[in-house]
Design a protein around this ligand. Structure first.
Ligand code: PAF
Length: 272
């Protein structure tokens, strides 16, 4: 489906929805397979949303491969692939959805406007697709919390399902941006996950100082050649830094070369 009007005209009572920006990898496919098992009708959107990219970010370079994506969606049994044009989604300057508080930190502060772009497009897509349930990957943990908050605050009639991060055999979280890694950086990249696991184990021992364990882990990553944006223990309620390991997650963003990697580990919830 190419046009928003056509999409809006479809009324399926049991529709599962996976919003994506294309360049499918196993992470996307696992969301689709899960939704496929549950719903009568499965819709996947493929839209590289210009509103969520900063001026200096990689909108023009973002990996695009529609033909391959179409073929993969067919194999997974997607019923509707919704791939609208940008000028149809944004025919004029758009009203913006701004989720407060949880967008101030981490990805929100490093990528100003990013979550306004995400919240705006996700709400527009929900309104066009009218899903019963929408599926997102936990890899973008802050994005999951932002969408959850938007849906609660604006009473959006959709249920949300957040599914575990899919990883390469060596533990690197799957991401469309991994293709940018040089061979040396690709070999180094799994250290991000390994460091989170070591840190989670250290924090599970009673009386360990959260602040000093975080510092050790930060130094490990920098020593491995990562340029660290942040490595923090945060509350899953409000994504603020916390020293309390209950209902908390480790979140990390770091660069290798020009590639920015993010990952997270939910203490007590993720298998380590
Ligand atoms: O996670 C993504 O791919 C995007 O942020 C999303 C949710 C499809 C909105 O453009």
């Amino acid at each position: 489906v190419r046009s928003a009007a056509e999409m809006a005209a479809i009324t399926e009572s049991d529709l599962g929805f996976v919003p994506t920006m294309g360049a499918f990898h196993e992470g996307h496919l696992s969301l689709m397979r899960e939704a496929r098992k549950i719903h009568d009708c499965l819709c996947v959107s493929l839209f590289v949303n210009p509103l969520q990219f900063g001026k200096s970010e990689d909108l023009d370079k973002y990996p695009r491969n529609e033909e391959r994506d179409f073929a993969m969606a067919g194999e997974v049994g997607v019923d509707i692939l919704f791939a609208p044009a940008a000028n149809e989604i944004y025919p004029r300057e758009s009203t913006i959805v701004h989720v407060p508080e949880i967008t101030d930190l981490w990805e929100g502060s490093l990528r100003p406007g990013h979550f306004d772009g995400v919240a705006t497009v996700v709400l527009k897509l929900f309104n066009l697709v009218k899903p019963r349930t929408a599926y997102f990957g936990w890899k973008d943990l802050q994005q999951c919390l932002v969408i959850r908050r938007m849906v609660e605050d604006l009473n959006v009639p959709v249920s949300l399902s957040f599914l575990p991060t899919v990883r390469e055999a060596d533990g690197l979280a799957m991401s469309s941006r991994n293709v940018y890694l040089s061979p040396e950086d690709r070999a180094r990249a799994p250290k991000l996950r390994q460091t989170l696991i070591a840190l989670a184990k250290a924090l599970s021992v009673e009386d360990r100082s959260v602040a000093s364990e975080l510092e050790v882990a930060r130094k490990t990553l920098v020593g491995q050649g990562f340029r660290l944006d942040y490595l923090e223990l945060v509350s899953l309620n409000d994504i603020r830094s916390t020293l309390d390991t209950k209902n908390a997650a480790l979140i990390v963003a770091a660069r290798l070369g020009a590639t920015r990697l993010i990952d997270n580990l939910r203490l007590g919830a993720d298998v380590i």
